[in-house]
Write a protein that binds this ligand. Structure first.
Ligand SMILES: NC(=O)c1ccc[n+]([C@@H]2O[C@H](COP(=O)([O-])OP(=O)(O)OC[C@H]3O[C@@H](n4cnc5c(N)ncnc54)[C@H](O)[C@@H]3O)[C@@H](O)[C@H]2O)c1
Length: 337
């Protein structure tokens, strides 16, 4: 077990679009000690904001620096596997932005490596640390909704448009991580379809259907080409329903005493109360960064460790394969070719 009588010292690697948010949070938690980006312009921008942090464009210097306990990786997904592997081999604890790697097998290799070396490996599945989602998980586990029958996750907005990855890999890790936390086990079936509207071969809109054991199903709808933002997770239970709506500024978690009850005369509609549920205050990213530092300090296993990152990748990989197949479909009967 690690023991610290001071805040762990972390190096941020990657100060592009997302990295500055992590820098702000780790700085507020008195842990930002170094910043690394191979792009001089990106590096100098953050160096001005955090003059006390060391800066370097060279990742190997971060790994060789014995005064640093951990690295926080916010580089593009395609680099994660190599950078995480090198960091663990150099004896550093690792926080890596989602997704952990590009395949489940790579992710499992990293998770096993962290376990073997007794180092913390945490994946930045930020929404798992959202206090309203945490309250939803508690609600579901309490049995208040009855048996979970169906989950729908919608992540729709305008931008950020990417060309190095499609919306499945950009947004999908969030939804897959929420399902991995809410539902036990891996899905037995994953179907996906998508549309590349703006750039050839890069899907802007993707829908996924998942089937778990025990007749539980889930549906995910992702798009970065949508005029109105909607980040909403709906859980349909056999007794009640709940909605976590992250688009709202407050009152993000609601419980609905609604559904259909089977009586002797058939299914009867029940349209009961809508109740606003409380949840703890706090920003998801602050909680996420604090959780990582706590795990580094205490040796506790992060909630989104390498193994849960691997489960998320299992879903994404299955969806990617299915997407590739469904992009070359057979013409349906009666279609005009
Ligand atoms: N949690 C979220 O909601 C969320 C949102 C956006 C992005 N992200 C994640 O953050 C990560 C970064 O995304 P982004 O949009 O900031 O990318 P970006 O391209 O804007 O920035 C990446 C930065 O990493 C630097 N870099 C790349 N390889 C490097 C290396 N070997 N050594 C040092 N620096 C290197 C680049 O120069 C660049 O400045 C991705 O994993 C992405 O999925 C998460």
């Amino acid at each position: 077990m690690s023991s610290f009588n001071r805040p762990p010292r972390v190096a941020l690697v990657g100060s592009g679009y997302w990295g500055p948010n992590l820098a702000r949070n780790f700085h507020a938690l008195e842990s930002l000690a170094a910043i690394c980006d191979r792009n001089a312009q990106a590096l100098s921008k953050l160096a001005i904001v955090y003059p006390s942090a060391k800066t370097t464009p060279d990742y190997s210097r971060i790994l060789a620096d014995k005064s640093l306990d951990a690295v926080v990786i916010a580089t593009p997904a395609v680099t994660h596997y190599e950078l995480v592997k090198q960091a663990l081999n150099a004896g550093k604890h690792v926080f890596v932005e989602k997704p952990l790697a590009l395949s489940r097998s790579e992710a499992e290799e990293l998770a096993a490596q962290a376990d073997r070396l007794n180092l913390t490996l945490m994946v930045g599945h930020i929404l798992v640390y959202h206090p309203a989602f945490e309250a939803l998980v508690t609600l579901v586990r309490s049995g208040e909704l009855g048996k979970v029958r169906h989950v729908r996750s919608e992540r729709l907005s305008l931008g950020k448009l990417r060309s190095e990855e499609n919306v499945l890999w950009s947004f999908g890790p969030h939804d897959a991580s929420l399902l991995a936390e809410l539902l036990a086990g891996d899905p037995q079936e994953v179907r996906a379809s998508g549309h590349a509207i703006l750039q050839e071969g890069v899907e802007d809109v993707v829908t996924m259907d998942l089937r778990y054991s025990d007749d539980v199903t889930a549906h995910i709808h992702l798009s970065w080409l949508e005029p109105v933002k909607r980040h909403r997770l709906t859980v349909i239970g056999s007794e009640k329903m709940a909605v976590f709506d992250d688009t709202l500024s407050e009152g993000k978690l609601r419980l609905y005493d609604r559904g259909f009850d089977l009586s002797e005369s058939g299914w009867e509609l029940r349209r009961g109360e809508e109740t606003l549920l409380p949840y703890e205050p706090g920003e998801p990213m602050t909680r996420e960064c604090a959780h990582f530092l706590d795990c580094v300090r205490t040796g506790r296993r992060p909630r989104t460790d390498g193994w849960s990152g691997a489960r998320v990748l299992g879903i994404l990989e299955a969806a990617r394969q299915n997407l590739q197949q469904s992009n070359s479909p057979l013409p349906s009967e009666g279609a005009v070719i």
